[in-house]
Ligand binder design. Structure first.
Ligand SMILES: [Ca+2]
Ligand SMILES: [Ca+2]
Ligand SMILES: [Ca+2]
Length: 473
């Protein structure tokens, strides 16, 4: 039944994309001739004549994803998903106080009834509902404070461990307190103490039916602090500590993680004609369990780490090319039977921006990974950008599972080479800062591990692609 719905809807989506192609061609040439006034994007707050103290903004995104040769254990054939994400945020701001609410509607319209799609939906949910105090001249003349209480989303530091996802339609929110003290072009101190929010409905069938149920706080406490300091020569230095302590709750069985994560980062941002780099390392210690099964009561000693290292060069040339080499490492569990767990936990981080697209693909995650890669980024003009990236995907621990695939060879006999991933994305504003088209693809040539592991799907090389049309207002 789903397949027949897909067959009627897909041509419509493709037609919409095809129709946008001429608009694309038109906007390319005269863009330079347009005055700033003509190019002004549609903004809801202007359209409804909102007063200056009221911010109103949002977006609607439509995405079709397709994956051939499923690689997640227990899946077969191909997966696909047609989904939408609608966001609407309203914030009332006074001199020092603000209050805001943001509604999310992440909905699956058509697709397969499994794989990663249930993790992408959350129908009609207030993901943010907060009050904030934002005084100036705090501690120093230039010091500003933002103290937020309620439910909110967070982007912290590199976004590798705590992030508001960009590609993922479902959003992770937190309930509690967050304080950010900062000086413009100076240091920033972020501290928070929150409960992560668990998506309801918690079961996959209800999620796939876009069932509306208000989310609830998980039985977990997540606290942390990050200190960030700009240095001479365009450098940024950061140090952070996060602590997560969770228990099982009725709606959210957990791996009972009790983890402290300590990390540091040094970055020099890309700029034309110079070398840029980024180094981040984090160590993780505490207790966790091997599975989220309520029957799993064995606490394992958790010791893990992750590394991201990257160096790039931006050429002062047409299309502003940037060529970068990167290496990502995150430990995996070395031995399933030793009472210890070395599998790094990426907490609430985003991975789409440096490892692989997520959605129904998500083949590479910041856990049990050793991955060197090369990446070329291009900006053909002010309206578009693109990148292409090639990575080798090795397991750090051959006896542990690949990413979130559950494909595993507990003996380690299938080796560590999961595959080689070729991935790229092209984005173009059809109307600048308003309507944007994204086309992306990933292909993984399977290595020995995905070919031979006992519970591999036995399908061919995974091939993934998506097309997205997004309207921001
Ligand atoms: Ca919900
Ligand atoms: Ca548990
Ligand atoms: Ca172990």
């Amino acid at each position: 039944m789903l397949m027949s719905r897909y067959q009627t809807l897909l041509p419509g989506l493709l037609a919409a994309l095809a129709l946008s192609a001429p608009a694309l061609a038109q906007t390319a040439a005269p863009a330079a001739a347009q005055t700033a006034d003509e190019a002004k994007p549609f903004r809801l707050r202007d359209a409804i004549g909102a007063p200056a103290w009221l911010d109103v903004s949002g977006s609607v995104r439509l995405r079709y994803e397709t994956l051939d040769n499923a690689f997640v254990a227990g899946r077969a054939g191909s997966d696909e998903m047609l989904a939408t994400q609608t966001l609407l945020k309203v914030e009332a701001k006074g001199e020092q106080f603000a209050a805001g609410v943001e509604l999310l509607d992440a909905r699956r319209w058509v697709g397969n009834a499994g794989g990663a799609s249930p993790a992408e939906t959350d129908a009609l949910e207030p993901i943010q509902l907060y009050a904030a105090w934002r005084p100036r001249h705090v501690f120093t003349d230039a010091g500003r404070l933002d103290l937020t209480l309620g439910r909110f989303t967070m982007d912290i530091g590199s976004r590798r461990l705590v992030a508001r996802p960009v590609m993922r339609f479902l959003q992770q929110s937190f309930t509690g307190l967050r304080a950010v003290w900062s000086e413009a072009d100076g240091p920033t101190v972020t501290a928070f103490y929150v409960a992560p929010v668990a998506r309801l409905p918690s079961d996959a069938p209800s999620a796939l039916d876009n069932e509306i149920a208000l989310n609830t706080d998980a039985d977990a406490r997540f606290g942390g602090a990050l200190f960030s300091l700009p240095l001479q020569g365009g450098l940024l230095a950061e140090a952070y500590a996060y602590d997560l302590d969770e228990d099982d709750s009725a709606n959210a069985p957990s791996r009972n993680r009790d983890l402290a994560t300590f990390g540091a980062r040094l970055r020099r941002a890309p700029a034309a004609g110079r070398l840029d780099f980024e180094l981040e390392a984090a160590a993780q210690t505490g207790m966790s369990r091997a599975t989220a099964s309520p029957a799993d009561l064995i606490d394992l000693d958790h010791e893990a780490h992750m590394i991201h290292a990257e160096a790039g060069w931006s050429f002062a040339a047409p299309w502003s090319p940037r060529l970068a080499l990167a290496y990502d490492e995150a430990t995996g569990d070395r031995n399933p039977a030793d009472g210890r767990n070395q599998r790094f936990d990426p907490l609430f981080g985003d991975r789409a921006f440096d490892l692989s697209p997520t959605g129904v693909y998500g083949a590479v995650a910041r856990t049990n990974l050793r991955s060197p890669g090369i990446r070329l980024e291009l900006k053909p003009d002010a309206m578009s950008d693109a990148y292409i990236s090639l990575r080798r995907i090795d397991l750090d621990a051959p006896r542990d599972a690949l990413a979130n695939s559950n494909v595993r060879d507990a003996s380690g006999a299938s080796g560590r080479h999961a595959g080689d991933q070729l991935e790229g994305r092209w984005r173009r504003w059809i109307v600048k800062d308003s309507l944007r088209l994204i086309i992306a693809a990933a292909w993984m040539r399977r290595g020995g591990f995905l070919e031979r592991a006992p519970n591999t799907t036995g399908e061919g090389d995974p091939l993934y692609g998506y097309a997205e049309l997004g309207f921001s207002f």
